[in-house]
Design a protein around this ligand. Structure first.
Ligand SMILES: C/C(=C\C[C@@]12O[C@]1(C)C(=O)c1ccccc1C2=O)CCC[C@H](C)CCC[C@H](C)CCCC(C)C
Length: 165
């Protein structure tokens, strides 16, 4: 039986992961530049309440603002969210190329975690920081898109199994 993934799925996944990786690397770059130089102005800093560097260097910018309850603020475990993003999109890309059922389940599971993380970060962004960060909002849309792609994949694999008996 030919186990091929539909072309649209491959292309959508590659597009979302590359875009997500690009935004995460950019967020990391802005955060590190801003920490080194408080006068640094990023391309995504458009105004007082449309500022991405303000968001990235806030206490929620590292370890989701939660890791610091368990380890020291400057612990190597308290990484910027963007580092988690880089790991996440790399995994989504790498495991996405495999057609194993286990990989598909892991992709769906981690995708749900990222959507929950996105909803959490979005509520911090709008209600606590009262800021509009375009880089952040774009990553939320990417995470929703990846969840949709991963759910389609899981459905397709389950369908194949039923047909094969
Ligand atoms: C750049 C990026 C998110 C942007 C941002 O996080 C940034 C940078 C931030 O500083 C921030 C501050 C305050 C409010 C909002 C924000 C954000 O919006 C990428 C995350 C992607 C995503 C939310 C990754 C989730 C990964 C899961 C934890 C993976 C779980 C996988 C395991 C099950 C193995």
């Amino acid at each position: 039986m030919a186990l091929a993934m539909p072309k649209w799925e491959r292309q959508t996944r590659i597009f979302l992961c590359v875009f997500g990786l690009f935004l995460s690397v950019y967020a990391l770059h802005v955060e590190l530049s801003r920490e080194r130089n408080p006068n640094y102005r990023a391309m995504c800093d458009l105004g007082e309440s449309v500022s991405c560097s303000k968001v990235f260097t806030s206490r929620w910018g590292r370890g989701f603002g939660l890791v610091q309850f368990f380890v020291a603020k400057d612990s190597p475990l308290n990484q910027p969210n963007s580092v988690l993003g880089i790991i996440f999109y790399t995994l989504q890309m790498g495991l996405g190329l495999s057609l194993s059922k286990k990989a598909a389940l892991f992709l769906v599971f981690s995708s749900w975690v990222s959507v929950a993380g996105s909803l959490y970060l979005a509520s911090i962004l709008f209600f606590v920081l009262e800021d509009f960060c375009m880089v952040c909002v774009s990553t939320y849309m990417i995470n929703f898109g990846l969840l949709f792609t991963n759910l389609q994949r899981k459905r397709a694999i389950e369908g194949m199994k039923e047909k094969a008996g």
